[in-house]
Design a protein around this ligand. Structure first.
Ligand code: PEP
Ligand code: MG
Length: 454
């Protein structure tokens, strides 16, 4: 048995297909004729590789690299693929055609298991299916703790299909539409009309529920091949998110115009990624105001109250949160990047995976501070990073006073179940205790100690 980091999915069984990195560009050649369930073993994968898996019977994958909150792991969760990352030597231990059990919960890979092992795993899979069916009864129920504290629980999406999944799973809206996918799955920029149609169709599906569209977060680990973006030494600290939007304001304007037009058909919100100064919010707002004038002149309808919000992903944004909370219509804390930038630890780098943790007291204090600033100004605040779906953190997020949580569509019901079983009265005193903690480990022990008393 090999072990790594279980980042997504449940437990699957299938046949190994081993591919070297250079073979990944020819998936058709290796996967097309296979009908049995495939578990792909490969040194490294990109988001662009994984997006293509839905054409093949791939049920899971194993890589030698990657972190829990990398975009790769987030995408695997969204696509309901079972994934175990950071398995050193997986390429050496597995042979093409081996029969595998892949456990995305515990992070284990069993190669050519004995019959008794298969039977044991089949029992676990059966139990997990029964649990899944049971929580379906929570569709349409409130996301409220036992002692009556309610949040709005929404879903993170990458495309129109995901919006359907948010509805099926009883999500109360789209808390984050990562629109990068609209740009990366094609060979040229999507036109205003194409985007408008996609947004309008999502509005139809969401039927009056809020839809938060994050404007293109290009750069970082989202290169867009046809845009010929400059090679950067530190792409995560480079021309990413709003910075790229100002460099290519034509792309930003087209997207905002499409969102504004679609806002005549649903309850849209614009969310700006990767801000580190108020000047960026003001500049984006000026561009949006000009588009509104244009639409007025052309007599095109749009929502005049359309909220413009800011992602809090950088320490600079955290320490300007009092100002952002005054000027923006809402804030959304992107804990994935906030963790990476606060600790200066790459979210996808397995060597420092232990350093990268949203339990780091500096990250938790940042979240607490941002929420406090929002409470003071009465500005809605949500969490849309992976921390929002972390059962251990939920009591703390509630006690800070977060209004909304947005998680992967497949995690909505489980998160709702966890919230409905919480009684915040049992966490009295936890905020005071947290103030005395200085390490990731201390935070984890403190959270566990409070839950253990329940
Ligand atoms: C985040 O950074 O927490 C976030 C939600 O955005 P992304 O994961 O797409 O960077
Ligand atoms: Mg981010």
């Amino acid at each position: 048995m090999l072990s790594g980091m279980g980042v997504s999915g449940r437990i699957v069984m299938g046949t190994a297909v081993k591919l070297e990195s250079e073979q990944l560009s020819e998936l058709d050649k290796y996967l097309e004729r296979t009908e049995e369930d495939i578990i792909l073993i490969t040194p490294e994968l990109t988001v662009q590789d994984v997006i293509k898996f839905d054409r093949y019977p791939v049920v899971g994958f194993v890589t030698e690299t990657g972190g829990f909150n990398s975009h790769l792991a987030i995408l695997a969760r969204r696509m309901e693929l079972t994934a175990v990352l950071s398995v050193p030597g997986c390429m050496d231990f597995v042979t093409d055609g081996d029969y595998l059990i892949l456990d995305g919960i515990e992070g284990n890979l069993v190669v050519n298991p004995r019959r008794i092992t298969i039977e044991n795993y089949q029992k676990i899979i059966q139990k997990l299916c029964e649990d899944d069916n049971r929580i379906r009864s929570l569709v349409g129920k409130d996301t409220v703790t036992k002692d009556g504290f309610q949040v709005c629980l929404m879903g993170n999406i990458d495309n129109e299909t995901d919006a359907g999944k948010v509805c099926e799973n009883g999500g109360e809206g789209v808390g984050l539409f990562r629109t990068e996918n609209l740009y990366t799955v094609r060979e040229s920029l999507p036109t205003e009309e194409e985007q408008f149609e996609i947004y309008r169709k999502i509005a139809e599906k969401m039927d009056g529920k809020p839809i938060t569209i994050r404007t293109l977060d290009a750069g970082g680990d989202h290169p867009i091949s046809y845009l010929e973006m400059e090679q950067e030494e530190n792409p995560f600290l480079g021309c990413r998110g709003i910075r790229y939007s100002f460099r290519r304001s034509d792309i930003f304007k087209t997207q905002c115009r499409a969102i504004l037009r679609a806002s005549a058909y649903g309850k849209f919100r614009i969310l700006l990624p990767m801000l580190s100064s108020l000047a960026e919010l003001r500049r984006a707002r000026t561009i949006i105001a000009l588009i509104r004038e244009e639409l007025d002149q052309q007599k095109i309808a749009y929502d005049r109250e359309l909220p413009v919000g800011v992602m809090i992903e950088t320490p600079a944004a955290v320490w300007l949160a009092d100002h952002f909370a005054k000027e923006a219509d809402f804030l959304s804390i992107g804990t994935n990047d906030l963790t990476q930038y606060t600790i200066a630890a790459d979210r996808g780098n397995k060597q420092i995976a232990k350093l990268y943790s949203h339990y780091h007291p500096a990250v938790l204090r940042s979240i607490e501070h941002v929420v406090k600033c929002c409470r003071k100004e009465n500005t809605p605040v949500s969490i849309c990073g992976e921390a929002a779906g972390d059962a251990r953190l939920l009591p703390l997020l509630f006690l800070y006073g977060v209004d909304e949580l947005s998680v992967s569509p497949t995690a909505i019901l489980q998160t709702r179940q966890q919230i409905r079983s919480l009684d915040l009265r049992q966490y009295r005193g936890i905020l005071a205790s947290m103030n005395n903690l200085s390490t990731i480990e201390e935070t984890e022990s403190c959270l566990d100690a409070f839950s253990a008393t329940i």
